[in-house]
Design a binder for this molecule. Structure first.
Ligand SMILES: Nc1ncnc2c1ncn2[C@@H]1O[C@H](COP(=O)(O)OP(=O)(O)OP(=O)(O)O)[C@@H](O)[C@H]1O
Ligand SMILES: [Mg+2]
Length: 365
């Protein structure tokens, strides 16, 4: 027979998402417990509503409540020890941030081919790790944030090219028995606690060997993370899903150097340079409504990209610069904006100057 805790859990999963979130927040707070006020802030419902839900959990024997300094403090109770999501060895206190802090709230709209979005989502839904490759500023990071927002899940992200260290990702001690959970540890714990989450590994091609090693066992069938400093091993228990997305900046030159063992753990989806309709839509939603002007900007971007591919320019604009254009254009004329966004940034030699001036002459009135 299934135990009572498992039955309650199954029932709450299907019928009462708020109650489930209340219980998770309590469990994540571990031994220290959580105050009623904090709980109602995290969940976003009134204290009255929280009190009513706590009553249900109390009745089921899942929590206990103690009054400390006039405040109700709620702690977990009742589940067998090995079911606790943040089980800790050797008495170490873990500090983790609430996953609510990692939810994506406001976000600009991702505009892209439906196929790209569908493929990316499908890879994640079937439980595989996704690697988004594509040019700089083409929307890789935005797509990950957009999926996390649509699925209403927290998104834990770190960038491999910013000198990130193992302790940033796994965690570090702040004193002899207090351990601050790093980004990956938090993501794994969130999933273990029953909340689906996304882990985004930005610019994975710049990953250092130590971090790559650490990720191997998390990304394959073992689904486990070793927290070396505390000697703990966290294993994804299926309570919540952990969707893993990596991004890799692969420019026109196709430079891509990633350890093969790590690469093989991903399904790769390339985001191609978008077609004109998508580019027009991006300009339109960013405030460039006139067709003639859209034509100028798209023409400039494509001509500069072509010049780069012929070796005439050292760098070229992508969607990121198109959005920058749209923003500056609210304050400057077409010509001034073109100079700021496409000339000052990309012209670094006499040859480049001639090339870009020629392109501008044929397009900008
Ligand atoms: N498909 C898109 N739809 C809407 N805006 C986009 C799109 N692609 C890029 N942008 C704009 O360009 C900016 C840069 O996009 P993003 O940071 O996602 O690019 P990236 O591919 O991750 O680049 P990098 O490789 O440099 O990290 C976004 O903030 C957004 O303003
Ligand atoms: Mg990015």
């Amino acid at each position: 027979m299934k135990n009572k805790g498992a039955l309650i859990e199954a029932k709450m999963k299907t019928h009462n998402p708020i109650l489930k979130r209340v219980r998770e927040a309590i469990y994540r707070s571990e031994d220290a417990g959580i105050t009623e006020t904090k709980l109602s802030t995290i969940i976003g419902v009134s204290e009255n509503d929280i009190a009513w839900r706590l009553g249900k959990l109390l009745y089921k024997g899942l929590i206990e409540i103690e009054t400390i300094d006039g405040e109700k403090v709620i702690r977990k109770k009742g589940l067998p020890k090995n079911k606790e999501p943040n089980k800790q060895a050797n008495g170490i206190r873990h500090i983790s941030t609430s996953y609510e802090n990692y939810k994506v709230n406001k976000l600009e709209k991702y505009i892209g081919s439906k196929q790209v979005i569908k493929d990316a989502e499908m890879v994640l839904k079937i439980g595989e790790n996704l690697m988004l490759t594509g040019d700089r500023g083409i929307g890789k990071s935005l797509l990950t944030a957009s999926i996390a927002k649509n699925w209403n899940i927290p998104r834990y992200t770190f960038n491999c090219s910013h000198g990130v260290t193992e302790s940033d990702l796994v965690g570090y001690y702040v004193d002899f028995n207090t351990f601050v959970d790093g980004m990956i540890t938090q993501a794994v714990k969130t999933a273990c606690g029953g909340q689906d989450a996304m882990l985004v590994i930005e610019e994975i091609n710049a990953i250092n060997p130590g971090i790559a090693m650490m990720l191997h066992s998390l990304l394959d069938f073992q689904h486990q993370l070793e927290i070396k400093p505390t000697g703990e091993v966290l294993k994804l228990n299926g309570a919540g899903k952990l969707y893993v997305v990596a991004t890799a900046n692969v420019g026109y030159e196709g430079l891509f150097t990633l350890n093969r063992a790590l690469h093989s753990r991903f399904i790769e989806k390339n985001i191609p340079f978008p077609n004109d309709n998508i580019l027009k839509e991006i300009l339109r939603v960013n405030g460039i409504k006139k067709e003639e002007e859209q034509h100028i900007v798209i023409g400039l971007v494509k001509a500069m990209k072509a010049s780069y591919e012929k070796g005439e320019l050292q760098d070229y604009p992508t969607i990121r610069e198109m959005v920058q254009y749209a923003k500056i254009r609210q304050h400057r004329t077409i010509k001034e904006t073109v100079y700021m966004v496409f000339f000052d940034k990309f012209v670094k030699s006499k040859v480049a100057e001639d090339v870009v001036k020629n392109i501008m002459k044929s397009l900008v009135p």
